[in-house]
Design a binder for this molecule. Structure first.
Ligand SMILES: [Zn+2]
Length: 210
């Protein structure tokens, strides 16, 4: 009986590379901001993460960590803390190297679903170039940069790997240009790793394995 059920689930999963939509395990991100970001920054951050993670088959639901829970169960989740200022007021033309822009928690070699994003550090890192961006586009450009750092940490969490790519969002260090460029995505290898992990999670979820 179980074998029949599993084969039905497998039959329902389309092969990669086809035109059918990849099955999606539900993913919930619980976010907490030390300082509330302007809506345009948060909107751009969400759009960028959704866009970068889409080729890996990850569909993300965003929730405020401090909001009341609705009791819904999600198969995959992560908790994201945004540190420091998350706005673009009071920028100055100096660049400083803040060290890590974001990090994922690891315990005894196990990657935990907790990541921190250094909003203030990213702000300081790109502020000189951000001042050259028209003021009406600045919040969007900054939010997009935050989204790229978050997408990198989500790759570690959901592909369950500490490895880095040589290019794209999976590389270990971003330049100011990469954070502000119009387009920045995962390379094929990192997207495939996310797809595989996501397919496994979807299968486990659909077959009742937790
Ligand atoms: Zn990394």
């Amino acid at each position: 009986m179980k074998a029949v059920f599993l084969s039905l689930v497998l039959a329902a999963l389309p092969a990669f590379g086809g035109h059918q939509e990849t099955p999606l395990a539900p993913i919930v991100l619980y976010v907490h901001f030390q300082q509330e970001p302007p809506p345009a920054v948060f909107g751009a951050l969400q759009d960028e993460v959704n866009s970068i993670m889409a080729p890996g088959g990850l569909r993300i639901t965003w929730r405020d960590l401090s909001a009341p829970r609705d009791g819904a169960v999600s198969v995959k989740l992560a908790v994201i803390s945004f540190k420091g200022r998350c706005d673009v007021a009071g920028l100055n033309p100096h660049t400083f190297d803040p060290g890590p822009l974001g990090w994922t928690h690891i315990s005894d070699g196990i990657i935990l679903p907790f990541a921190d994003i250094d909003c203030q550090g990213i702000r300081g890192f790109i502020q000189k170039r951000l001042l050259a961006v028209p003021v009406e586009s600045r919040e969007k450009a900054y939010g997009r940069a935050l989204g790229r750092v978050l997408a990198h940490e989500l790759y570690h969490i959901f592909a369950k790997t500490t490895r880095h790519g040589s290019c794209g969002v999976g590389k270990s260090k971003f330049t100011v240009e990469e954070l502000l460029s119009p387009e920045f995505q995962f390379e094929e290898r990192e997207s495939s790793a996310l797809q595989r992990a996501n397919l496994y999670a979807t299968f486990a979820w659909a077959s009742g394995v937790r």
